[in-house]
Design a protein around this ligand. Structure first.
Ligand SMILES: C[S@@+](CC[C@H](N)C(=O)[O-])C[C@H]1O[C@@H](n2cnc3c(N)ncnc32)[C@H](O)[C@@H]1O
Length: 415
């Protein structure tokens, strides 16, 4: 199903491919993020149990100017991983930019398709082991139809990385959208609407909630494409955790993990034991919904999902053969942020949380290199005089804490 707003959406992403990217920048930096970081897919979608020799068939649905596609294809190429990344988007303008970025990087593991994800059941693409749909479902006329189209090409045992908008952290956005809809209706040419938006933003009344909102900066630093996407979008809706879970449930899917898990754990935000205990009686969705309502600053939900009937079986992080891997920041670097009392302050869009780490964490982090197994680490530390039981306790606590902030994960088996 498409409608008038959807035609306007298509025109928007032709006029202002999103996000604004200059292919020349590819020679200087790789943009990384969630979802679709290869280490996250390995761990959060496949539980670090899917061998690296198994080719990964990935789809990036609504790939825009290529952030997810370029990151995943680069990670796969660097790691010598087989498989292919299929980019799909309706916007010819966005695809042109994404392709140019891939060319600068010399990536040859991407297939390019211009089309609607709603047509996936008939496109003859797939099946896919992994599907990324980041910032797209909430723009569709019927998000459940989009999700069903994605599920139709998801291989058995596969999973998805999804991002949808969340309401509380977007406070102010919809009020400004409402004002702009009156001053610059969606049937006006995109450039004229953008001009009105810029002028309104210059004099936005001091009381407007958007002025207090520090959870994103697209309208400030995202250029024309960012401003248009945030404030002039012909259609976007935000999903609470509960609404997101309902959307997924309707398609037979369920969340495996929200990014970052600690943020969605109400215990993080409830220091009082009695309240924590009460929160602990809620089901997984209820707990995440409570964290969302308490923190009130989530502007998106990023989640890895699988079919509800195929929950992920996670590798045991305490097994001798498990191989810890830093997601991105090297262990020695992360260890520098640990304070003398073993605490590690962490910011979630400006909201501070404190991780408690055992004193041995610093040394353990220095030793994690993506090659050493837990058994190797144990041998290393017992060789330095640490009791085995002490190592295991310290490792269990370190992993539990740093996995919850998506910093230390497990690597998949090399076979
Ligand atoms: C906000 S952008 C997100 C781009 C990218 N996923 C990212 O996170 O950087 C939304 C993208 O979805 C695309 N899109 C919207 N509806 C679509 C549809 N039905 N089929 C395919 N692409 C669609 C738009 O063209 C646009 O490039």
């Amino acid at each position: 199903m498409t409608d008038h707003a959807d035609a306007q959406l298509a025109a928007q992403y032709e006029a202002y491919p999103y996000p604004a990217r200059d292919p020349r920048e590819e020679s200087k930096r790789l943009i990384i993020g969630s979802p679709s970081h290869l280490r996250e897919i390995d761990y959060w979608v496949f539980g670090a149990t899917r061998p690296t020799s198994q080719p990964l068939r990935a789809l990036i649905a609504g790939g825009g100017t290529g952030d997810g596609t370029i990151m995943l294809a680069t990670h796969m190429a660097r790691a010598g991983r087989t498989g292919r990344v299929t980019y799909l988007d309706r916007s010819a303008g966005a695809m042109k930019i994404a392709r140019a970025r891939a060319e600068v990087r010399g990536l040859t593991n991407i297939d390019w398709v211009q089309g609607s994800l709603l047509d996936l059941p008939e496109l003859g693409l797939g099946p896919f082991d992994y599907i990324d749909c980041c910032g797209v479902l909430h723009h569709l006329p019927e998000p459940s139809e989009g999700l069903a189209a994605l599920v139709s090409v998801l291989a058995p045992g596969g999973g998805m990385g999804l991002m949808v908008y969340a309401p509380h952290g977007r406070t102010g956005v919809y009020m400004v959208q409402e004002a702009l809809a009156l001053l610059a209706p969606a049937d006006q040419p995109p450039a004229a609407r953008l001009d009105v938006a810029r002028r309104v933003m210059r004099h936005l009344p001091e009381s407007n909630w958007l002025r207090f909102n520090r959870n994103f900066a697209d309208h400030i630093t995202g250029g024309d494409a960012g401003l248009y996407d945030l404030l002039l979008n012909p259609r976007d809706r935000a999903f609470t955790v509960t609404a997101f879970a309902d959307l997924l449930g309707g398609a037979g899917m369920a969340v495996s993990a929200f990014m970052e898990p600690m943020r969605y754990d109400p215990a993080t935000w409830l220091p009082e034991p009695k309240l924590r205990a009460r929160a602990g009686t809620l089901d997984a969705t209820g707990q995440a919904a409570l964290a969302e309502a308490l923190t009130a600053n989530m502007s998106v939900h990023i989640a890895y999902c699988r079919r509800a009937a195929e929950p992920v079986a996670m590798a045991d992080p305490l097994a001798d053969g498990a191989v810890p891997v830093m997601r991105e920041v090297p262990g020695a670097e992360l260890a520098k942020s640990i304070l003398p009392d073993g605490s590690l302050p962490f910011l979630f869009d400006g909201l501070r949380a404190v991780l408690r780490l055992p004193i041995e964490s610093t040394a353990i982090l220095h030793a994690i290199d993506g090659e050493r197994s837990v058994g190797d680490l144990c041998a290393l530390f017992t060789g330095r005089g640490m009791a085995e039981a002490k190592f295991h306790r310290a490792w269990a606590e370190t992993f539990a804490a740093l996995q919850a902030v998506n910093r230390v994960l497990l690597a998949p088996p090399r076979a």
